[in-house]
Design a protein around this ligand. Structure first.
Ligand SMILES: [Fe+2]
Ligand SMILES: [Fe+2]
Length: 302
C-alpha cells in the first residue's frame, strides 16, 4: 500500500499495448517525449510494453524521462523469452520510488478517493474452447511455462498435449485472480473509485477488435475468465465503489458495462504506433479526456 500526498483530481496517461520493440528507437523516443510533454500526474502502462526482459529497462526509461510515477502490469509479449516465475522474481525486486509493478505493490492512491490496483492477467482458457480451436498464440512457444507443455510441429501447428496447456493457462489465470482479488477488496475499503489496470480483457463482452467482439475461437487466448470472476465477486459485494477496468491485448477500442459499478475500457493499439490517452480521475468518477482516432485494426496478433 502506497499513500502519499495526492491531488484532489489527477490526470493519468494510460497506454495499452505500446509494443516499443515494434516502434523502433525514433518512434519510441517521440512517444516518451509526448508523454513527458503531457505532464500527467502518473503513467499507467497496461502491458505489451515491449518484449521479454526489455520491459524492465523500458519502464525505468519512461519514469526517468517523464519524471512521473509509472504503474504497470505485464502483457503476454512482455514474458516472451523468459519464464513467468523468473519475470515475477525480477519484478518483485524492482526498487525505486517511480516504478511500480502493481501486483507487487497492491494498491496505490492516485487521487483523493481513487485507488489503483492491477495485474496483467492471462488468456486463461476459461472461455472459448482451446481444444477445438485453430487459434494458436505465439505465447505457447515463447514463454517457458507454456512452451514446456505445448508440443507442436512447426509446419502444421498440430497440437498435442492440449489438456496440459489448458491446465497451465487456467492456473496462470487463477494465480492472477488470487493476487488481484485481495487488492480489490483493500482498494474498495478505502476508495469510492477503483481503477483496475490489466492487460487481457476479463470478460468476453470486452474483447473488442476491429469494431466488433472476438468470436468463440479466440476467447481462450484473449479473455481472462478468472480475473473476470474475481471482479464480479468484488463489485457485487462492494456496491459503494465504482470499478473502472483498463485493458488491452485485443488492440480494439471499446467500452463494456458489466454491472452498474463495473465498467471495462479497452484501449485501441497499433503495432509501430505507440500512443496514450489521458484520463481524469477524481472521487466523482473516471473520465476519458481524449478519444482514440486511429482506424480499427485487424489481422495482428495481440
Ligand atoms: Fe497482448
Ligand atoms: Fe498487444
Amino acid at each position: 500500500m502506497t499513500r502519499k500526498e495526492t491531488p484532489r483530481q489527477a490526470t493519468l496517461a494510460w497506454a495499452a499495448d505500446i509494443h516499443l520493440d515494434h516502434a523502433g528507437p525514433a518512434k519510441s523516443e517521440a512517444f516518451i517525449r509526448a508523454l513527458a510533454d503531457a505532464a500527467p500526474d502518473a503513467v499507467l502502462l497496461g502491458g505489451d510494453i515491449s518484449v521479454g526482459c526489455d520491459v524492465v529497462d523500458d519502464v525505468q526509461r519512461i519514469a526517468r524521462a517523464t519524471g512521473r510515477p509509472v504503474h504497470f502490469v505485464m502483457g503476454n509479449h512482455d514474458y516472451w523469452g523468459w519464464s513467468v516465475s523468473g519475470a515475477h522474481s525480477v519484478l518483485s525486486r524492482l526498487r525505486g520510488p517511480d516504478v511500480h509493478w502493481l501486483p507487487a505493490v497492491g494498491c496505490v492512491e492516485v487521487a483523493e478517493g481513487v485507488g489503483l490496483v492491477g495485474h496483467g492477467g492471462w488468456g486463461d482458457a476459461r472461455h472459448g474452447d482451446l481444444l477445438n480451436s485453430d487459434v494458436v498464440l505465439n505465447d505457447y512457444v515463447h514463454i517457458k511455462e507454456l512452451e514446456e507443455v505445448f508440443v507442436h510441429t512447426p509446419d502444421t501447428w498440430e497440437l498435442e498435449g492440449q489438456e496440459a496447456l489448458v491446465a497451465r493457462l487456467q492456473q496462470l489465470g487463477a494465480d492472477a485472480a488470487s493476487v488481484l482479488e485481495p487488492a480489490l477488496h483493500t482498494a474498495a475499503s478505502l476508495y469510492t473509485q477503483v481503477i483496475v489496470l490489466t492487460h487481457v480483457p476479463p470478460f468476453p463482452a470486452a474483447t473488442f477488435r476491429g469494431g466488433s467482439l472476438l468470436g468463440e475461437a479466440y476467447l481462450h487466448g484473449y479473455c481472462c475468465g478468472a480475473v473476470g470472476e474475481a471482479l464480479e465477486r468484488v463489485a457485487r459485494s462492494r456496491r459503494g465503489t465504482d470499478f473502472t477496468v483498463l485493458c488491452g491485448h485485443t488492440h480494439g477500442e471499446g467500452r463494456a458495462e458489466i454491472r452498474e459499478n463495473l465498467v471495462v475500457l479497452n484501449g485501441e493499439a497499433k503495432y509501430g504506433h505507440p500512443r496514450f490517452r489521458l484520463l481524469q480521475a477524481a472521487r466523482e468518477g473516471i473520465e476519458l479526456l481524449n478519444e482514440a482516432g486511429a482506424p480499427a485494426l485487424a489481422g495482428d496478433e495481440a
